[in-house]
Design a protein around this ligand. Sequence first.
Ligand SMILES: *[C@@H]1O[C@H](CO)[C@@H](O)[C@H](O)[C@H]1NC(C)=O
Length: 583
Amino acid sequence: MNQFQGRLGRRYVAVIVFVCVCLFLWRGLDFATPIGDSYSATSGGTTSTSPKTVDSFKYIPSTDDWSKAQVFYPVEDMMSPPSGTPKRLPRVQAHSSSSILADDVSAKRKQAVKAKFVKSWEAYKTHAWTKDELQPLSGKGKQSISGWSAQLVDAMDTLWIMDLKDEFRRAVKEVAIIDWSKTGDPKINLFEVTIRYLGGLLAAYELSQEPALLAKATELGDALYATFDTPNRLPSHWLYYEAARKGEQQADTSMSGAAGGSLCLEFTRLSQITGDPKYYDATERIKKFFFRVQNETKIPGLWPHDMNYREETADDSRFNLGAGMDSMYEYLPKMHALLGGLDPEYETMVTTALDAARDNILFRPMTPNEDDILMAGSVTINDGKATMMPEMEHLTCFVGGMYGLAGKLLSRDDYVDLGSRLTNGCVWAYNAFETNIMPENSQLVACDSIDSPCEYDSDKLDKARTKTPPLPDGFVRVRDSRYMLRPEAIESVFYMWRITGDHTWRDAAWRMWEGIVRETETELAFASIEDVRVRASSKADSMETFWMGETLKYFYLIFDDESNINLDEWVFNTEAHPLRRPT
Ligand SMILES: *[C@@H]1O[C@H](CO)[C@@H](O)[C@H](O)[C@H]1NC(C)=O
């Protein structure tokens, strides 16, 4: 697009934005809700069809309107999401709806998950309402992500998905008056705020069509967009409103791949919904940087952990798919889906990265039963020599789902197969511990190849073990024994279930569920545990927002009908917030 068209585009957008603002001001005094009135917190989703009183949401705009803020480094060549008819991508799900007649076991399991969600939600309401997190032991509220009611925003779409619509409305009422200008902490975490708040708002809006939610998402998007007002238009990890107001921001010289690479789904969807291309433009510039350097790194095809967003270089020597990198890779096939396959660069990036990860990062662990499973380790390059650490981070358990989804979208059966073996790696690790839960980080012994059988050699294992604590066979060491209510393993099981329709995935999910409930439940809600190696471990006073935003949602959806958030119509952001795919 040339500059002239860019300016025309901006003027057109300005008119749309102006009309929207007028509409909000007019309707903002009394938002009539289009949401149906169905309530059931405990009986499990009975829907009353007769409309009752219609609530109204009082929408109050934030103190500052960042869409009007001065821009110090204006964009000269605004990019828009690719235009054209979205391609019909290959089907992801095995079934679009449950073909089997009423399945009692799954229905009961679904209700069991919902009951635990309701317990967590009620505790949050009673003890920590509008705080960022509930502390499940002390029953206190905690501010951890800017103090804008993170848990509430993060759990809103789960309320909708579980058919808790009255509770959903209760949440919208609070969200419609959030003031993004009021923050307890001057440092705003661009990544966390994007995936939890912006993603949560967009998904809740897409499900309910409630205008106040889009208004709040747009306000927040405008504030976060200020992070991109830097000389090269790439962002920093932290947004400080004060620095943004003075035009004093610069892109970071050392920032993780995930921090920059997991914004594009949310920003692109906001552009698609509002028609304002600026959010897409912001994250597309990050993608252009990633695309350009992908084959020039120390492991061509993969991106290193830390990158220099200011100089736009990627010379770091550490490579992994877990902490700091996970959702950057995850978003590549998901962007392919969200853009309806219209940007061929994403397809290139996906296949190049997933091939390189297969050849460099994935390993087969040596296990007593010589299971055909895979895990994702980490690699460091020293003087051109690669050293693989056969570690298993809970965070990397999303990788199976990613290979599965990419394999379906790109018709790569080999990726679906890798996805299945990777997910089975996490299922195996959950089963290996007495608690039925895998630890945050552990170390195993890597076989020579991911594709050939691998004989179990207990001498080799003993030699690798530094001490001899009571560990399950196959594990060299547990480097971090906690379980923090994380979703990644159940997330991949969810993908494999939806992709294959194979009920063994549902059974695997139920075993995980029983372990997690038994070990983490508290009087009030659920808590992180310190040591998955022992039954009834001591707990930490922490329940991160992803417990209700992600973990419980994936468990619920596994036992629900496959039509609820069908993966051929929706794509999840990295916080399990569903965004609509184009049709
Ligand atoms: C990177 O390499 C892959 C093949 O290994 C190729 O398909 C792709 O186009 C390359 N990317 C760039 C930006 O040149």
